[in-house]
Design a binder for this molecule. Structure first.
Ligand SMILES: *[C@@H]1O[C@H](CO)[C@@H](O)[C@H](O)[C@H]1NC(C)=O
Ligand SMILES: *[C@@H]1O[C@H](CO)[C@@H](O)[C@H](O)[C@H]1NC(C)=O
Ligand SMILES: *[C@@H]1O[C@H](CO)[C@@H](O)[C@H](O)[C@H]1NC(C)=O
Length: 226
């Protein structure tokens, strides 16, 4: 039973000693629903070096005042929650966009594979023990892009190149393709596929893919046409 529930029950009992039990149970229900953090996603898959926005809002019983808000990594039970804005690995890249009322949105820039963790929002009120960590939090996965292509094709073949990510990207961005670093305009079948119909020798080259509006580009893959 949380601190505030006990507190309210004691208060209620003191103020009205003969309150029916049912009323106390009602108070319990209403107020224990008062503490919480709602995340927009339980999992985010982001492209390497991109900026990730983790959106959430938080609630607490009326009358409490928020004194401190911060994001933390879920390091498991019994481990102190670190304030990531004080962690040199994060402090330059983390930007709190929320407020001290209900919005706890944060942005993390230039994500790398090392950032793959479960992140949680924590807030502390002016009341002793009036603290809350929103667990489970939000899992971040960071992916790169890899071109999948047949190694060797024959002139006239129809060739499909795929731009693979290790998780399904949360932001539905548009894929772009390059041959020898030049952007391509060939027709796509599905968003992450490039279809080369009836390949010619001129189609040979180094292919790479990227996401529109992002800096990361996949390693190039060589396509030979014989
Ligand atoms: C929370 O704040 C962010 C950043 O300012 C904003 O984009 C978002 O719309 C806000 N969310 C709500 C529910 O107000
Ligand atoms: C995050 O991933 C870990 C490990 O796979 C899992 O135990 C945890 O439940 C996940 N958290 C959420 C919020 O999905
Ligand atoms: C990462 O992104 C920044 C801009 O957001 C860019 O200047 C930098 O070159 C990128 N780094 C890589 C390795 O793509």
């Amino acid at each position: 039973m949380s601190f505030n529930t006990i507190y309210l029950m004691l208060m209620s009992v003191r103020m009205a000693p003969r309150l029916p039990l049912i009323f106390l149970l009602m108070i319990h229900g209403v107020f224990s629903a008062g503490w919480g953090v709602n995340y927009s996603h339980s999992h985010i898959c982001a492209l390497k070096n991109s900026s990730v926005i983790m959106s959430c809002n938080y609630t607490y019983p009326t009358g409490y005042k928020i004194e401190k808000v911060f994001w933390t990594k879920n390091l498991g039970k019994g481990v102190e929650s670190p304030d990531l804005s004080e962690d040199p690995e994060y402090s330059q890249r983390l930007q709190y966009l929320g407020d001290k009322q209900q919005n706890c949105t944060v942005r993390l820039n230039h994500v790398t594979q090392k950032d793959e963790h479960e992140y949680c929002f924590r807030f502390i009120t002016n009341v002793t023990d009036g603290k809350w960590t929103g667990v489970p939090g939000m899992n971040l996965t960071v992916t790169d892009l890899q071109v999948e292509s047949p190694e060797r094709v024959t002139e006239g073949d129809s060739v499909r190149l795929t731009c693979n990510s290790s998780c399904t990207l949360t932001d539905r961005a548009t894929f772009i393709w390059y041959r020898n670093s030049q952007p391509l305009t060939e027709r796509r079948d599905r968003n992450n596929e490039l279809l080369l119909q009836s390949v010619r020798r001129e189609d040979a080259g180094r292919y790479s893919c990227a996401l529109h509006g992002h800096t990361y580009i996949s390693p190039a893959v060589h396509l030979n046409v014989t």
